[in-house]
Design a protein around this ligand. Structure first.
Ligand code: AMP
Length: 286
């Protein structure tokens, strides 16, 4: 496609998706909440490698925010996002309004059980129901052959894959690597909230994850000992407050006591009021 289109309604998006499919196009989809950074752009690039039509959605989904979270102050800049998406060669931006996605008579929730109560779900109890509901809706609007998510939100990837499998949704889920700032901090639209000092202290998160990775490569398998060495440097930073740090099974997200094959070290840490998440896959066999 030559020009990037901006589509604001589900009906129009569905009609465009049908047209692309009829013309034999492979549709790749990148769902985001906008305020694009290099992490988002890497997902567009991954999608472009495989698809001949790439749809980027920009929608700050209210149902995945808790009542005391940052929905109102979540950063937004559509003009900038549009320019970046165009530069990366996205074909369509799907940019619906709240009333388009959640009309006043909306009554449905798509809910994945069990794994959504662990990790981030323990402190954000309604978050994943919001994520799965909006993703189910977006998948039906965009009709993609595949959708690309970031490993940054590890649990989100697991939950979405579970929804797709359980509901027999006809698309592939691809999870792409975490893109980081030069000092290792995982890129996030929320990083703009950080004060200079919080930003400085936040770089310890990646250092701690790397330390664990190094220890596992060196033969450490005991998760209690690994968690101790990850927690200590984070605890030493006065502006950081740990929500959770866990080593879990990559699919069930349940705590593991030893690293057998693969496990995921996942953490959520507040830097001041900003909740940061990050993770590292730990491999006992390289
Ligand atoms: P968000 O706009 O924060 O909802 O993120 C939209 C998508 O971008 C999700 O699939 C995220 O996992 C992904 N993403 C966010 N930050 C990064 C990052 N630093 N590296 C890779 N993917 C990311």
């Amino acid at each position: 496609m030559e020009f990037m289109k901006i589509i604001r309604t589900v009906k129009e998006m569905q009609a465009e998706a049908e047209k692309l499919r009829r013309n034999g196009k492979e549709i790749g989809f990148v769902p985001t909440m906008g305020y694009l950074h290099e992490g988002h752009l890497s997902l567009i690039r991954t999608a472009k490698q495989k698809a001949n039509a790439v749809v980027l959605s920009i929608y700050v989904n209210p149902t995945q925010f808790g009542p005391n979270e940052d929905l109102d102050k979540y950063p937004r800049d559509f003009i900038r996002d549009e320019a970046l998406a165009r530069q990366e060669g996205a074909d369509i931006i799907f940019y619906p309004s709240d009333s388009e996605m959640y009309p006043a008579d909306f009554l449905t929730t798509v809910q994945v059980n069990e794994i959504t109560g662990l990790l981030c779900g323990a402190s954000r109890p309604h978050h994943f129901a919001g994520v799965t509901t909006i993703c189910a809706k977006l998948f039906h609007a965009v009709k993609p052959h595949f959708a690309v998510f970031g490993q940054k939100d590890y649990q989100q990837g697991v939950v979405i894959r579970r929804m797709v499998k359980d509901l027999d949704l006809d698309l592939e889920i691809i999870v792409a690597p975490i893109v980081r700032e030069p000092d290792g901090l995982a890129m996030s639209s929320r990083n703009v909230y950080l004060s200079d000092l919080e930003r400085k202290e936040a770089s310890v998160l990646h250092e701690a994850l790397e330390l664990a990775d190094l220890k596992v490569r060196g033969g450490e398998r005991d998760t209690a000992s690994l968690l101790k060495s990850v927690t200590a440097p984070i605890r030493s930073k006065p502006l950081l407050k740990i929500d959770y740090i866990k080593i879990v099974h990559p699919d069930t997200l349940k705590d593991v006591s030893r690293i057998e094959d693969r496990a995921v070290l996942a953490l959520a840490v507040f830097a001041g009021k900003t909740r940061l998440i990050d993770n590292q896959i730990l491999r006992a066999t390289q």
